[in-house]
Ligand binder design. Sequence first.
Ligand code: ADP
Length: 152
Amino acid sequence: YAGKNTKSLLAEKIRSIKVSDIKAVPVVIKEETSVYDAIVTLFLEDVGTLFVVQEDGSLCGVVSRKDLLKIAMGNADIRQIPVSVIMTRMPNLVTVTMEESAFDAARKIVEHQVDALPVVKPEEFEGKVKYKVVGKVTKTTITRLFVELGRG
Ligand code: ADP
């Protein structure tokens, strides 16, 4: 007879957990970084997604494993090509803020079919909004949380 109550308790719980409680350390690279160096960074840092930032540290793109595989499979000279050419860019990026819930983050990952979300802090600069990268939430982050919740 654990039906509705248990379910709504679980919903309440995952909505009460904030992104700030679960976020992981992001790996960021500059937009001039070559595709070759981005692939090296992927291996060295043991991550699947890299966040690309401008000189001032604000978020401008995301590169995934498959973005890198795709370009590396062609005949392109990947030492000469900057990641800015292949990255998914603003304003098409799916992001979360510290105040959003673990549920919001997991929902965005599922709905937009991506592996990772940058956690951003919006900052207004000369009338423009810039997004500082302060963390990441990935499928691994959510799986970890799931395991923690399962432990009870
Ligand atoms: P992979 O491509 O390695 O399977 P993803 O599923 O995360 O990894 O990425 C799929 C596509 O979505 C890629 O082209 C990538 O650049 C883009 N992408 C990844 N993360 C995001 C994000 N947070 N917002 C927008 N686009 C993203």
